[in-house]
Design a protein around this ligand. Structure first.
Ligand code: SAH
Ligand code: CA
Length: 217
């Protein structure tokens, strides 16, 4: 117990340190995070160190077309749009009210001409995309559909393309027998499935709430 508590404290102190020495959050991203912090659903937003990591991946991979499944107030898409001057993003979400905030911040940051927002149930929208039409996909919408999103993503991502999946550790609920709701069950099933999916190379990072990187062979 004492050991665990120490470990948790050390982890949060180390996170503070990591933020201090390494995270460079642009002003418009910081403002968006501060505004979202007043909303009850604020915890859905990726953490700044995740945003910086995803932006780094965008810079390294140089994708032409990105698909985001689950946009909320637009933080993750803004991170990706700011990472490269020419990258184009298709952002998919069903919520008008939250994505209105996203649109305002994309506009202010001068990237709104490179982000196309499609409002509606994500699975229906995904089914309209051609095979192999994206280079990078970020999955971060409703967890109960994660397996469906993964399969559609495998179809619409290019060969050598990359799929990122957020919340794969689900605040520890993946290993907590007291949690067995559909979302938790689906994340467990997806993690098990990706673990043996020979179509892809994989890497799971304990960054934020857990982030899996999948590369289609
Ligand atoms: N990537 C965002 C957070 C996404 S939160 C960020 O880092 O800020 C999850 C989002 O998924 C919410 O905005 C919610 O409206 C959306 N969502 C949930 N179920 C959905 C569905 N079935 N179809 C489309 N979007 C959905
Ligand atoms: Ca998330």
């Amino acid at each position: 117990m004492h050991q665990d508590q120490k470990a948790i404290q050390l982890t949060s102190k180390l996170r503070e340190y990591l933020l201090q020495v390494s995270v460079r959050e642009a002003d418009n991203l910081r403002k968006l995070r501060e505004q979202t912090a007043n909303m009850p659903e604020r915890d859905m937003q990726i953490l700044p160190e995740q945003g910086q990591f995803i932006a780094m991946l965008v810079k390294i991979l140089n994708p032409q077309r990105i698909l985001e499944i689950g946009t909320y107030t637009g933080y993750s898409s803004l991170c990706m749009a700011l990472a490269l001057p020419d990258v184009r993003i298709t952002a998919v979400d069903k919520n008008d009210e939250w994505t209105k905030i996203a649109k305002k911040y994309w506009q202010d940051a001068g990237v709104s001409n490179r982000i196309e927002l499609i409002i509606g149930p994500a699975l229906d929208t995904l089914k309209t995309f051609d095979d192999q039409s994206f280079d990078l996909i970020f999955i971060d919408a409703d967890k109960r559909n994660y397996i469906n999103y993964y399969e559609e993503s495998i179809r619409v991502v290019n060969k050598n393309g990359v799929i990122l999946i957020d919340n794969v550790l689900w605040r520890g609920r993946v290993i907590d027998p007291n949690h067995d709701d559909l979302g938790t069950q689906t994340i467990r099933k997806l993690n098990d499935f990706i673990g043996i999916d020979s179509r892809v190379d994989i890497c799971m990072l304990p960054l934020g709430d857990g982030l899996t990187i999948v590369r289609k062979k």
